[in-house]
Write a protein that binds this ligand. Structure first.
Ligand SMILES: [Zn+2]
Length: 464
């Protein structure tokens, strides 16, 4: 027993987010002491370099570990410079001697947190993403709401609703959901998500633009249908739609559908909309993102350029998917440069439901070989499934080492509102991998494997 207790105590001490004060100078300009945090996890490194968070131990951030309600209250309290003096709280289950008591009480007095309906706070319960939306919207006093739709949150515009809290943080650019129009309010919050949310709240350069995601592709069934600025006939009519016009639905408010048709974005009554195409076909539309391009060549070695391999393989995947009846949007089909955020934006704007970025790996060590596929744990669990289906096909087809499915914060998958994965085809720096990446036969095998993995994913989605 003694061992168990000391282990728990050690974990609690280490797991607390330690903050000295808001706005302290970074200890060093930019450093990353964590073996489980990538250099592209800028939000975590920003908070760490500002002295706002610590890891669970010296070399680990513990990105996938959960966040308790008292940890969240403490970190927010310190970030806002609230009074954290340990004291008696309004909650019988918060020990006045506990590190969190002062912040919990001050946050309670300021209306940032509320307890449970039975009068408790349950400090050591894991915080959910829904609770986090309430906490952040109150702590940072967000007031603006927009046409935000998540299929797993009922639209309820009353001031204390979950919808209103989530709409506020989405409108503020703090969250764009967990994939294809979902927010996952009951999902346990993990440290990586918490850090990303907080960094976005504190620093505008990390914010994301909430974008509506198409959840239904419908068609208009009558002529002269008004599309309006709000969900009732009392709102201004932007224009008229006609029978057969396509209507991409972003969400529903009661009997009204909000979405886009041609150049109009607004509300129409859902009685005048019907299924456009069989659901199975409309639900399979992927964005392929060939990495790099233009002045950004990516990795180069063995006479090969990454940007060329990525595009070649992506085009082969595109052809194979289209042959399977899966719609494809390409972020680039030529040798052009797009920023990482533009790639995400273009993919979402296309109306596709899934995102796959295609890259080629490189390493200083020539021995490094094999494929690996990434997902970001900060977005929905479907991303991990997508990465897994693709990876499980790819390494077999390439007949090279399986480096596995990994959680890593590449921007195009971390900031993506769609289920998203990033595949590394193989190492351009390895003689064996490079020979395959130069071979049309192997590029075709890789493409067939990726296309099959995407189809596996869609088949799995259809069953879940
Ligand atoms: Zn790359």
């Amino acid at each position: 027993m003694k061992n168990v207790f000391s282990k728990i105590a050690l974990f609690l001490v280490a797991a607390v987010f330690v903050i000295s004060s808001f706005g302290v100078q970074p200890v060093s300009a930019a450093s990353n002491p964590f073996k489980d945090v990538s250099w592209s996890d800028e939000e975590i490194l920003y908070l760490w370099n500002k002295g706002l968070i610590n890891g669970v131990d010296k070399n680990s951030f513990g990105p996938s570990e959960s966040v308790t309600r008292e940890q969240a209250a403490t970190l927010i309290g310190r970030a806002l410079g609230l009074n954290g003096s340990l004291r008696k709280t309004s909650f019988p289950d918060v020990d006045p001697k506990r590190y969190s008591s002062g912040y919990i009480q001050t946050a309670y007095e300021k209306g940032i947190i509320t307890g449970n309906s039975d009068g408790t706070f349950r400090p050591q319960e894991t915080m959910t993403r829904g609770e986090m939306a309430y906490l952040l919207s109150r702590a940072f006093k967000y007031s603006n709401t927009g046409n935000v739709f998540f299929s797993d949150i009922n639209v309820d515009t009353s001031s204390n609703s979950l919808y209103t809290a989530v709409s506020k943080i989405a409108t503020a650019g703090v969250s764009n959901g967990t994939g294809t129009g979902t927010y996952s309010p009951s999902k346990k919050l993990i440290r990586e998500e918490f850090a990303i949310f907080l960094a976005r709240a504190l620093n505008s350069s990390y914010r994301v633009t909430y974008q509506n995601v198409t959840i239904d592709n419908l068609r208009v069934t009558v002529n002269s249908l008004n599309i309006r600025t709000g969900p009732s006939t009392g709102y201004y009519a932007l224009g008229k739609l006609n029978s057969g016009d396509a209507f991409a639905v972003y969400g529903y408010k009661g009997a009204w559908a909000y979405g886009k048709s041609g150049s109009y974005t607004g509300y129409v009554h859902s009685d005048y909309l019907a299924e456009a195409v069989p659901a199975t076909a409309s639900s399979r539309y992927i964005t392929l993102d060939p990495g790099h391009g233009g002045h950004d060549g990516g990795a180069t070695a063995n006479g090969l350029r990454e940007k060329d391999i990525n595009l070649d393989v992506a085009k082969r995947v595109e052809a194979k998917l289209k042959a399977k009846g899966i719609k494809v949007y390409m972020t680039r089909s030529t040798d052009v440069f797009h920023s990482l955020s533009a790639r995400v934006d273009k993919g979402v704007a296309s109306g596709s439901d899934t995102f796959l970025s295609i890259h080629t790996n490189s390493a200083g060590a020539h021995g490094a070989s094999g494929s690996e596929t990434y997902y970001s744990a900060s977005v929905g669990s479907d991303s991990k499934e997508l990465a897994t289906f693709v990876q499980n096909r790819l390494y077999v087809a390439m007949n090279h080492p399986n480096r596995g499915v990994k959680n890593y914060g590449f921007q195009v998958i971390r900031t993506n509102p769609l289920p998203a994965a990033l595949v590394e085809l193989g190492f351009i720096t390895n003689d064996y991998d490079a020979a395959k990446l130069a071979s049309g036969t192997y590029k075709d095998r890789a493409a067939a494997a990726i296309a099959a993995g995407i189809e596996d994913y869609y088949n799995w989605k259809a069953k879940n």
